[in-house]
Unconditional design. Structure first.
Length: 556
């Protein structure tokens, strides 16, 4: 039988201004900045870690700061608040401290314990709960600006807001080894408390049921995920196997340099991580030097100069050293279409977005929906890819169809809709260029009819793109259509995935499309899936994720 989860490991949150974030968590809350690194999926964004002196599990707050990001809105399907444990006698001193700093706070009682609530600079609710357990800080930070007698000891709990509590309760108690230890009424709804298998810090998860309430909107101050503790890799693998069998869709193990991670999303919408305790933050620098310099994994060291050039300067008050430099957006050197502009049925239709705005991002993904689908539908791939560094844009087809007949029909039979659809892609690329994102930093992709439209656009407009993917699609036109397209893809990575018996996409057309892209100089990865049907599978998602990770680094 696998070992129960011990409790909370860390919490990862989106922030806006990195220096303001550092000043609040180090100087107001007295947490040590134990690691300055980057988001491995977005190396142009800091990843800041705070905790006790060494960043012990159960004390770690981590942040991805996106300068000028809009503030999120709390709602169901997310962590709505984090609580630190403080000695009961310290609450009076904390009231005085917060008042002296002109920080508003509220007071309350929960499960018999008093607490104060304050918000961080981006609106994340933080609670200081009087904890009589006297559990010691795993390793106190001796240079903290706070007296150790009032300093937070580590995490006490997190609060989840959900539509229904029962599925989360099943996950926590039956699959993760938490114990239900209490329930009480909360202004938001019934609050149930669960305890991890440990006697240290970060033991509790509170689940508040809020039926009929809206879902959260992710932004600055929003919790991206909550990580739970497991001792080592062997225990983590047990959880990965068990949760996968239970249908939770667990990711492969991710090397986060200072711990190893697996991720899964509960039906409530909350994203969970299970992280190992080892190897820890002193793995690549001495304890006394933690937080002094920008630390990069080995695979990013060759890009250090470019990465530092994109990071805003920050100062860790403990060491007084400056990290990063001001970044300047590169201008676009991409060509614009030389052909006359088409005005057809798809011009003037909405352009939907997700992820970062083009002004905030360095790279983008242009997604094209299939017949009968919508821009909103295809934007769901942004969640499946899980790559938050990108701006995602999806043009909408009039009537949800890019062209009326099969993609194998004579091309004149699909006009003027076909040309109008190709123009919609060109218009979206132009929008990105105006925001400073060149075509070599844009990945184009789609599913079904959208994959066909993307394939034809890329073949007709060969250029170095950030990448191309076609889920169940290929170049357009009947058999025998001339494929003497001009230009060069100049090494653009191209992914083609399709079933060997797709009812809409003949295997021969996928093979022909691969030959076209290879002849144009693309680096083609073609994968044929026996008996799959007309859908997208996890292997295809993983392949595009890998392409996006490369593009995230190349766009620096």
């Amino acid at each position: 039988m696998k070992t129960p989860v011990q409790g909370l490991h860390h919490l990862t949150v989106m922030a806006s201004d990195p220096q303001r974030n550092i000043d609040f968590y180090t100087q107001v809350l007295g947490q040590r900045l134990v690691k300055v690194t980057v988001n491995f999926d977005d190396p142009g964004t800091y990843h800041l870690y705070y905790g006790d002196e060494v960043g012990s599990p159960g004390t770690i707050m981590t942040f991805f700061p996106w300068p000028d990001a809009q503030r999120g809105e709390r709602g169901n399907g997310e962590v709505s608040a984090l609580a630190y444990a403080v000695p009961p006698h310290a609450l009076g001193q904390w009231k005085a401290r917060l008042s002296a700093l002109n920080l508003d706070y509220t007071e309350g009682m929960r499960f018999g314990a008093a607490y104060l609530r304050v918000v961080d600079p981006d609106g994340l609710p933080l609670e200081l709960i009087a904890d009589p357990s006297n559990a010691p800080v795993p390793r106190p930070w001796r240079q903290s600006p706070l007296d150790e007698a009032i300093a937070p000891r580590g995490f006490h709990s997190v609060t989840l807001w959900v539509e229904r509590a029962a599925p989360v309760a099943t996950l926590l108690t039956e699959h993760l080894g938490f114990t239900r230890v209490g329930q009480e009424n909360d202004p938001q709804g019934p609050r149930t408390r669960f305890k991890g298998d440990s006697d240290g810090v970060g033991l509790y998860i509170d689940v508040v049921e809020r039926p009929g309430q809206g879902r959260g909107q992710f932004g600055a101050g929003s919790v991206h995920h909550v990580a739970l503790r497991t001792r080592d890799d062997a225990e983590q693998i047990e959880y990965q196997r068990d949760l996968t069998k239970k249908g939770y869709g667990v990711t492969p193990v991710q090397d986060r340099q200072y711990f190893h991670s697996i991720y899964f999303r509960d039906v409530s919408g909350v994203l969970f991580e299970i992280a190992t305790d080892a190897p820890g933050f002193p793995a690549d620098e001495d304890v006394a030097e933690l937080g002094r310099a920008l630390k990069l994994p080995a695979w990013l060291e060759s890009r250090r100069s470019a990465i530092e050039g994109h990071l805003a300067p920050i100062v860790n008050p403990e060491h007084g050293t400056t990290i990063g430099r001001n970044s300047a957006r590169r201008g676009s050197n991409s060509p614009t279409s030389s052909a006359g502009r088409v005005n057809g049925p798809h011009q003037g239709q909405p352009l939907l977005t997700a992820g970062r705005t083009p002004q905030q991002a360095r790279a983008a993904v242009l997604l094209v929906h299939g017949r009968g689908g919508s821009a909103q539908d295809i934007l769901g791939l942004s969640q499946a890819f899980g790559m938050s560094a990108f701006a995602y844009l999806a043009p909408q087809a009039q009537g949800n169809t890019w062209y009326p007949q099969s993609f194998l029909a004579p091309m004149p039979h699909n006009e003027p809709d076909l040309s109008s659809g190709l123009q919609a892609i060109e218009d979206t690329l132009s929008t990105l260029e105006q925001a400073g994102i060149a075509r070599e930093h844009v990945m184009l992709g789609g599913f079904s009819q959208g994959a066909c439209l993307v394939s034809e656009f890329v073949a007709r407009n060969a250029h170095r793109y950030g990448g191309v993917f076609a889920f169940s699609g290929g170049v357009i036109g009947p058999d025998g259509t001339p494929r003497d397209y001009p230009g060069s893809l100049d090494g653009t990575p191209v992914f083609l995935g399709c079933s060997d018996r797709d009812p809409h996409i003949p295997l021969q057309r996928v093979e022909e499309s691969a030959e076209v892209f290879e002849r144009l100089g693309g680096q083609v990865d073609k994968r044929i899936y026996p008996g799959m049907g007309h859908l997208i599978n996890e292997d295809e998602i993983a392949a595009v994720q890998a392409m996006l990770q490369v593009l995230s680094v190349e766009s620096l």
